[in-house]
Ligand binder design. Structure first.
Ligand SMILES: [Zn+2]
Ligand SMILES: [Zn+2]
Ligand SMILES: [Zn+2]
Length: 140
C-alpha cells in the first residue's frame, strides 16, 4: 500500500489523525522504516513529550496501524502494519533492520509447513541476524 493510501485508509476507518499522530506516522512512511519507542521519543523531543509518544504508539498498535517487531534481547521496534509480507535482516552490531521479500524462501517454508499434519499454520515470523555491510566493512 502506498503512503497516500495508508493515510486514506486510516481516515476511512474514522481514526482521527491529529497533529502529533501525523508527526509520528510520517516517520514510518517511506521504504521499510522502523523505530523503537525510545528512538521516537528522541526524534520527536522538540515536538511532543514522552508520554504523548507512548500514548499514540499504543493507539497505533491497538488500531493495527503499526506492528511491533520483537527482537532477540532488544527493545521492540514498530513498523507500518500495511507493509507487504516480508522478513527482516537484523544487524547485531548497529541494530539496523532491513527487509527481504523472497519467493524461494516462501516456497521453502510452504513445503515445510505442508508436511506438518496436525497443526494449522496461519502465519509465520522468520528473521535473520547478522552484520550489515557497513558494520562488516568497519570490522576489517
Ligand atoms: Zn550494522
Ligand atoms: Zn519490516
Ligand atoms: Zn514469509
Amino acid at each position: 500500500m502506498s503512503d497516500t493510501n495508508i493515510i486514506k485508509d486510516l481516515k476511512s476507518k474514522g481514526l482521527k489523525l491529529n497533529n502529533s499522530r501525523m508527526q509520528i506516522l510520517e516517520l514510518f512512511l517511506g521504504n521499510h522504516r522502523s523505530h523503537s519507542a525510545p528512538e521516537l521519543v528522541e526524534l520527536l523531543k522538540m515536538k511532543m513529550d514522552r508520554a504523548t509518544v507512548y500514548r499514540n504508539l499504543n493507539f497505533f498498535v491497538e488500531n493495527k496501524i503499526l506492528d511491533q517487531i520483537q527482537l532477540q534481547g532488544e527493545t521492540p521496534k514498530y513498523e507500518l502494519a500495511a507493509l507487504e509480507h516480508h522478513h527482516h535482516l537484523i544487524c547485531k552490531h548497529c541494530k539496523k533492520i532491513s527487509s527481504i521479500q523472497s519467493k524461494s524462501l516462501e516456497n521453502a517454508l510452504e513445503t515445510t509447513t505442508n508436511e506438518i499434519k496436525d497443526f494449522t499454520i496461519t502465519d509465520h515470523v522468520f528473521e535473520f541476524y547478522g552484520l550489515c555491510k557497513d558494520c562488516l566493512n568497519n570490522e576489517e
